[in-house]
Ligand binder design. Structure first.
Ligand SMILES: Nc1ncnc2c1ncn2[C@@H]1O[C@H](COP(=O)(O)OP(=O)(O)O)[C@@H](O)[C@H]1O
Ligand SMILES: [Mg+2]
Length: 236
């Protein structure tokens, strides 16, 4: 198992946001956690990445317990987060944003081949390479945020609500891109989303998170048929 989360509890002061959730992701899978605003999705991803300290629970990455490691150690093990709203450095160019993510990689050949690879995946970014990130459209910034997470060859890509703030037309494109990263490039992805339909469509498996608790799990195609999911998340 690539990622195994057991009884994870996340609290902010007296407010417990995540009440002991367990789930897992196998290498090669695309898994999503769907849930409404405030359900605890970002808290879970930030807990896995080491940006918030869990109150209790265990997180295993490739069988190693990582919950006590600092974020940079987890990053070095190959965990990458595409943060909510695709945060990029606004005053750095596209290329500089990517170079920051490659920091530490000294081998010029490796740097060039990684850049070539992400520019091949996101041709629009190659065209914008010397433009400041703040001048990109929302969809382009989201692509840059994904490219930045990808450029250092992650073992597991954590994606926080990639659909937020994107025009409906772009949501489809970005989700198709995530699907092809998984199916064609073999990248393991854990998505958290409010957009249940778009994420279930591309996922192998999914979990439903309600106010800090996992209430359902299963194959994405089966969850799409569940009454509870259809009513609450698909509006059908
Ligand atoms: N830094 C924080 N301090 C206090 N409360 C927080 C913080 N981050 C999130 N919360 C609270 O935790 C709950 C879950 O939030 P979050 O994980 O952001 O949910 P989601 O990503 O599903 O919208 C919410 O009630 C939110 O207000
Ligand atoms: Mg969130």
């Amino acid at each position: 198992m690539l990622l195994e989360v057991r009884d994870l509890v996340i609290a902010y002061g007296n407010l417990e946001a995540v009440h002991g959730v367990s789930f897992e992701v196998e290498a090669g899978e695309l898994v999503s956690i769907i849930g409404a605003n405030g359900a605890g999705k970002s808290s879970i991803l930030n807990g896995i990445m080491g940006l918030v300290e869990p109150k209790a629970g265990a997180i295993f990455f490739e069988g190693k317990e990582i919950a006590s490691l600092p974020a940079h150690r987890r990053a070095r093990m190959g965990l990458r987060l595409v943060p909510e709203r695709g945060v990029v450095f606004p005053y750095l160019t596209v290329l500089e944003n990517l170079m920051v993510a490659l920091h530490g990689e000294r081998d010029r050949k490796i740097v060039n081949s990684r850049l070539d690879w992400v520019y091949g995946l996101f041709p629009i970014l190659r065209e914008r390479t010397n433009q400041e990130a703040r001048t990109l459209s929302g969809g382009e910034q989201q692509q840059l945020a994904i490219a930045r997470a990808l450029v250092s060859s992650p073992r597991l890509l954590l994606v926080d609500e990639v659909s937020m703030g994107l025009m409906p037309k772009l949501v489809g494109r970005v989700f198709n891109l995530l699907q092809s990263l998984n199916r064609e490039q073999g990248i393991t992805i854990l998505l958290v989303e409010q957009n249940a339909l778009a994420s279930l469509r591309i996922s192998h498996r999914a979990y439903v998170l309600e106010t800090g608790e996992m209430v359902l799990e299963g194959k994405a195609e089966d969850l799409m048929k569940e009454e509870r999911v259809r009513k609450a998340y698909l509006g059908i």
